[in-house]
Design a protein around this ligand. Structure first.
Ligand code: PAF
Length: 325
């Protein structure tokens, strides 16, 4: 009799302790990106969230601030360093101002194709590069990409380097790109992304350059007449976190975040692969004049003349190693 009372008491205690334990708090990840949710960056964010949900159900919730809602990529990286933003998906164009070594991947006509670029980033060179970020108070967990960048403008059909001379083209705040554009005779106009669409609308610049994934997701066909498939430079993207956020996680949570970042990068690349084909068709259907027969070799020949500048900035050894891979 006594024993059964004791068991009942134990059971009551157990049940009430379960009921009174507060539910595990969901941790919010404040994540920023510059473009629309319906994009390769958006695909990455969805994959990140799904992967975390699967690994640690109910533990994390991603608060996704798209369309530069938290500022341009430069401000976002500063927020990551300060810990006011937890995470971001962004391009290397701005990141190289914080981790200069990363700019080596932004050299025009460096990579042959997407497979070449991805094998470098997933290999020793790319993985070593990720390890440089913590020295600048940024945690970089995975390489995604945007595809190759192409030129859009409102003035001319671009086939050869002569066609771009004198065009006022927005560039990212990226000295590696700017050097090449200036050498081609372009009036390179560095500008943060949130200012680009108004500038295109108002005609203060003639054009800009970005991959198909960006041109489609940001509906640049509404403000740009011509697209030339120049493919002049590969555009790597990063999934980064603030050390304040990352270091506050347990080892298991960090491992889940690392795996989720790789899943995000994979989803981003898949989105890019798909849209590189379908995007050109949809831009043509939307009325954009697309020039496919660009003399890429002529552009490459001119840009290769300034490779010695890049050898000085980085090293010929690493550039040759990337090309040879
Ligand atoms: O052109 C840029 O600044 C970048 O490619 C963009 C569109 C912000 C995406 O990272």
């Amino acid at each position: 009799m006594k024993k059964s009372w004791f068991n009942k008491l134990l059971l009551c205690g157990f049940i009430s302790s379960i009921c009174m334990t507060p539910a595990l708090a969901e941790r919010s990840i404040k994540l920023a990106n510059a473009i629309a949710k319906d994009s390769h960056y958006g695909a990455a964010v969805t994959a990140l969230e799904e992967s975390l949900q699967q690994a640690l159900p109910g533990k994390f919730k991603v608060e996704h601030f798209a369309n530069s809602a938290l500022g341009g990529e430069r401000e976002v990286i500063e927020g990551i360093q300060l810990g006011t933003i937890d995470a971001a998906v962004l391009s290397t164009s701005t990141a190289l101002n914080f981790v200069p070594e990363v700019g080596v991947f932004d050299i025009p006509f460096l990579f042959r194709d997407l497979a070449h670029a991805r094998s470098v980033l997933d290999g020793e060179i790319g993985q070593d590069m990720l390890k440089k970020f913590p020295q600048r108070n940024i945690i970089a967990l995975a390489w995604g990409d945007q595809g190759f960048r192409h030129l859009t403008n409102n003035k001319v059909v671009v086939k050869t380097p002569d066609d771009v001379k004198g065009l006022k083209i927005r560039t990212t705040e990226n000295p590696v790109h700017i050097a090449a554009f200036k050498h081609l005779g372009i009036l390179a106009t560095p500008m943060a992304w949130p200012e680009v669409q108004p500038a295109l609308q108002q005609g203060t610049i003639d054009g800009q350059e970005n991959p198909i994934a960006v041109i489609v997701s940001m509906k640049l066909n509404q403000v740009q007449k011509h697209l030339a498939l120049t493919g002049h430079v590969y555009s790597p993207a990063l999934i980064i976190f603030s050390p304040a956020f990352y270091n506050s996680l347990s080892q298991d949570e960090q491992a889940a975040l690392q795996a989720a970042s790789l899943d995000a990068a994979k989803a981003m690349r898949k989105y890019v692969d798909d849209i590189e084909q379908s995007g050109i068709t949809s831009l043509k259907e939307a009325g954009m004049i697309v020039t496919e027969d660009v003399d890429k070799q002529a552009f490459a020949k001119i840009v290769k003349a300034i490779y010695p500048e890049y050898y000085q900035r980085y090293s010929q050894e690493i550039i040759d190693k990337i090309i040879a891979q």
